[in-house]
Unconditional design. Structure first.
Length: 263
C-alpha cells in the first residue's frame, strides 16, 4: 500500500512525463506500478504472518505444540501455509483496490482473460515469499530482532523489486542486486502479464522494445532478456531450493538436539 500511495502522490507524474511520447503512457505506468506493488505485498504480508511464529515462540506457545505428537516441521509448515494463503489473498485484494482506483482515475481496464494468470502469479509470489522469508525466520528467535528485520525488509522491498525507481535509472551495482532478489522475478511476471500485449503492439519488434523492457524491469537481463516461461522457471527453482534449505536446516537442528540429549 505504501508503494502505491508514494507512486500516486510523488512518482507517477514524473514517470508519465518521461515516457510521454508513448501512447497511453499513464495507463502503462499504472500497470507497471500494479506489478511491483503486488510483489511487495507478497513479501511484506507473508513476513508479517511468519513474525507471529516468532511471537508465539517467545510466549512459549510453541512449547505447548511440541508436547503433542505433531513434529516441529509440521508445526512450522502450518505457519508457512497460513502465511502463503494470507499473502495470496492480500495480493488479490490489493489488485482489486488498485484496479478500482485506476479505473476511476485513468479509465484503466484489463481483460478478464488475464485474471486467471494474475491469480496464479499471486499464488506463486506468495509461495516464493514464504519460502525465502522462512529461511531467515528460522534463525530469528527474538521479537525485537524480528521487528527490526520486518522494518528493514518493508522499507527495502519497494527498491529491491524495482517499484519506486525503474531499474534503468539505477547504477549497475543496484541493478545486479535487484536481479538477485526473488521478488523482482514475481514483479517481472506481473508486468509481463499486464503489459506484454500493449508493449508488443507499441514497439512491434523495434529495438526500443528490449530497451524499454530492460529499463523498466519488465524482463530481467541475464545474458539476454528472460521470457515469461524462463522467469517462471527461475521462481520455481528458487522456491524448491528454499524449501530444501528449510528442510535441511530443520533436520540439522533435530540432529543437534538429539546429540545434546544423548550427552
Amino acid at each position: 500500500m505504501i508503494s502505491f500511495i508514494l507512486f500516486v502522490i510523488f512518482l507517477k507524474q514524473n514517470m508519465v512525463e518521461e515516457w510521454h511520447q508513448m501512447p497511453n503512457a499513464t495507463k502503462m505506468m499504472d500497470l507497471w506500478l500494479i506489478g511491483g506493488t503486488l510483489s511487495v505485498t507478497a513479501i511484506t504480508t507473508t513476513l508479517s504472518i511468519l513474525a507471529r511464529m516468532i511471537l508465539d515462540e517467545s510466549r512459549g506457545v510453541l512449547k505447548d505444540f511440541y508436547l503433542t505428537d505433531t513434529s516441529i516441521f509440521k508445526i512450522k509448515l502450518s505457519y508457512m501455509l497460513s502465511a502463503a494463503v494470507i499473502g495470496w489473498v492480500m495480493q488479490l485484494i490489493m489488485l482489486g483496490l488498485m484496479l478500482a482506483y485506476f479505473a476511476l482515475a485513468d479509465g484503466l481496464a484489463i481483460p478478464w482473460s488475464k485474471f486467471m494468470t494474475l491469480v496464479l502469479i499471486a499464488l506463486a509470489g506468495a509461495l516464493l515469499a514464504v519460502a525465502v522469508n522462512m529461511i531467515f525466520g528460522q534463525f530469528i528467535h527474538r521479537v525485537e530482532t524480528m521487528s527490526a528485520f520486518e522494518s528493514i525488509i518493508g522499507a527495502a522491498a519497494g527498491f529491491l523489486v524495482g517499484t519506486y525507481i525503474p531499474m534503468g535509472a539505477l547504477p549497475q551495482f543496484a541493478q545486479t542486486v535487484i536481479k538477485f532478489t526473488p521478488g523482482a522475478y514475481v514483479s517481472a511476471l506481473y508486468r509481463q502479464a499486464l503489459m506484454g500485449k500493449q508493449i508488443d503492439s507499441l514497439f512491434a519488434g523495434n529495438h526500443q522494445k528490449s530497451v524499454f523492457n530492460q529499463s523498466m524491469g519488465i524482463q530481467l537481463d541475464w545474458n539476454g532478456l528472460l521470457s515469461f516461461n524462463q522467469t517462471y522457471l527461475i521462481i520455481t527453482v528458487i522456491f524448491i531450493a528454499g524449501i530444501l534449505c528449510i528442510f535441511v536446516t530443520e533436520l540439522t537442528k533435530k540432529y543437534r538436539g538429539t546429540i545434546t540429549l544423548i550427552k
